[in-house]
Ligand binder design. Sequence first.
Ligand code: TA6
Length: 291
Amino acid sequence: MLAELQRRFAHPQVRFHQRDQLVMVELDNAYGRATVTPFGATLLSYIPRDGEEVIWVSETARYDGAKPVRGGVPVCWPWFGPHPQDAGHKAHGVARYVTWEVEAVESLDAGTRAVFRLEPDAAIRAAWPGDFRLRLAVTLGERLTLELTAENRSDEDWTVSEALHTYFRVADVRDLEVKGLTGLTYVDKVHGGRAVQQGPLGVNAPMDRVYLDHGGTAILQDGQRLIQVDKAGSASTVVWNPGAEGAQGFADMPDDGWTSMVCVEAANALDDAYTLRAGASHTLAMTIGVV
Ligand code: TA6
């Protein structure tokens, strides 16, 4: 696969390499560097020029292609969390467990883009019978943009929930404030029920919340830098950190791994799941910048 990709997509700002069982696609230009694996079309690194790593990946992550890499930006589609009808299916949809095609690498006026494509095979159809095409475009420009476009190519309407399940690297999550969520209703998956966010959010782990009706910006401030997350086509923002006990339950996360990460996810989840009509498409987009 590696040699073929190198031949088909030769580009001065793109490098293909291998880490264990996974191929890596690395974009490197005047704005910084970003690495994506076609396995799950998962962004694993974003380093703005003259900046520090923005994305968290577990030190004990596995790159074996059997399970999603712990960290990065897994693509959750067409369901977020447990399957809506059948708990026997894997969590967070069909897209993060399979290898996507590299469709294009291209130069833009201001940046470099790689596009990944997924169409269902027999194994995916067993979990989600309809025909679809997914594209993830990763654009490394002044900021980093991920655009997930889903086309419903079947003749039935679907209810879709989804997320760009972004793990951010932070200095210490106990000092983190997330701004932009004040006044929003959230579903609290740790304590149950719903509540309204008062002021900036301190991440008191464990935390697992879905903020509803949030189409706007979130700002992460960890005392060392400010990460701005802008979204489009997204009505929910998920905030997750497993805390000490949760981290111990993950074989692919060090015990203290939870202290240096937070997930702030561009999503359409729970009440914000949407109808994707037969023949229609939808784009969920997220732009990340350090300001
Ligand atoms: O987005 C938060 C969440 O849905 C949590 O409930 C937690 O389970 C997390 O994702 C990680 O899920 P995973 O299947 O990757 O272990």
